[in-house]
Design a protein around this ligand. Structure first.
Ligand code: G3P
Length: 219
């Protein structure tokens, strides 16, 4: 499963890139607002740091303006993926982007039937939001399992990008469900490696190693 970082923070992106685990970036208007940066300069900079797919979101509501914005964004760098909301107008725009060879990430997906529509217009990625569903007591991960089943039933190539992740359990369950990608905030990305038994085990090995006479453990 590919790992994307859900952020527009350059320092976080550089840090994640150094781990060797990062496959791409997803941004959204909220992340861009938080960065305080010029949107276009930011997208260009992220695309230079990360060779993998970088999602940049259109903000128009109508198809024609979405197409203008999306084409502009796609021209910024070869790894830009145009992020489009899952609305009727958005789906119309995705259909055109698909015909033009522009990669798309259909966002704000909250049901498997919405994901089916995105696949039918040729979306490159579908972003179902698991955390925001969990927040309102609807099991987000069941949606990922159902989308996987629907896409496999019909051989759709749209990649499932599990979004709005909040916990290591979300990442683990998304991988078990066969999600192609999970995007996550930096705080979660950092937590995935942690296990207290690893720390306890390491300490024990270190203690035992130091019991060995130095001459027997120098190499
Ligand atoms: O960028 C899309 C999604 O990952 C946002 O997550 O935490 O705002 O629900 P969140």
């Amino acid at each position: 499963m590919k790992f994307f970082l859900d952020t527009a923070d350059i320092a976080e992106i550089r840090e994640a890139q150094e781990t060797g685990l990062l496959d791409g970036i997803t941004t959204n208007p909220s992340h861009v607002a938080k960065s305080g940066r010029n949107f276009i300069e930011l997208v260009r900079e992220i695309c230079e740091i990360v060779p993998g797919p970088v999602s940049a979101e259109v903000t128009a509501e109508g198809k024609d303006e979405m197409l203008r914005q999306g084409r502009f964004l796609a021209d910024l760098a070869p790894n830009v993926v145009v992020k489009v909301p899952l609305t009727q107008e958005g789906l119309k725009a995705v259909k055109v982007f698909t015909e033009e060879g522009i990669k798309t990430n259909v966002t704000l997906c909250f049901s498997p039937v919405q994901a089916l529509l995105a696949a039918k217009v040729g979306a490159t990625y579908i972003s179902p939001f698991v955390g925001r569903l969990d927040d309102i007591a609807i099991e987000g991960m069941q949606g990922i399992r159902d989308i996987r089943a629907i896409y496999d039933n019909y051989g759709f190539g749209t990649q499932i990008l599990t979004a709005s992740t909040r916990s290591a359990m979300h990442i683990q369950d998304a991988a078990i469900a066969g999600s192609d990608v999970a995007t996550m905030p930096m705080a979660l990305f950092k937590k995935l490696v942690n296990n207290p038994l690893t720390d306890i085990g390491l300490k024990l090995f270190d203690t035992d190693w130091n019991k060995i006479p130095e001459a027997n453990r120098t190499y």
